[in-house]
Design a binder for this molecule. Sequence first.
Ligand code: FMN
Length: 147
Amino acid sequence: MPYSLLYVSRTLLKFPAGTAEVEHIVAVSQARNAGLDVTGALIATPAYFAQVLEGPQPAVAELMRSIMRDPRHTEIEILTEGETPERRFASWSMAYSGYATYVDDYIEPFFASAAPAQAGRLRQRLIRLMLEFTRQDPGMKPEPTRL
Ligand SMILES: Cc1cc2nc3c(=O)[nH]c(=O)nc-3n(C[C@H](O)[C@H](O)[C@H](O)COP(=O)(O)O)c2cc1C
């Protein structure tokens, strides 16, 4: 059964200059994740990252070890992890939110000690947003103009 992990973090990249760095992350991730049979989605905003990784548990764990020591973000908070009956993201995809601050509203509550009663609903809302981004453009490539 595939393993799935969702985390959020605070970006240490400064935008718009950080665009090139995000592009580099995407290029590295596309190659490495495909090789590890890991799919998922990454959202980058000027303030936060949110990412879903899904695939064989050892592969997800290996990627997470790299991601957690990456100095381009901080306050990495794993929101959920565990086995999942099926993958939600068919391929690895990437969504930029640019300066659409409404996307930050989906992530910010996790850093504002959200009431536990709300946490599940907020997680589902974030994953739905990531799925919507994926559906809008299944082969999402970095679009610097949107940052
Ligand atoms: C928010 C964020 C998400 C990342 N996601 C991935 C990813 O999905 N796959 C990947 O190979 N690297 C990803 N990276 C880059 C890794 O942290 C790391 O730089 C890269 O995998 C090289 O690994 P190494 O430092 O262990 O050699 C991400 C980095 C950041 C800041």
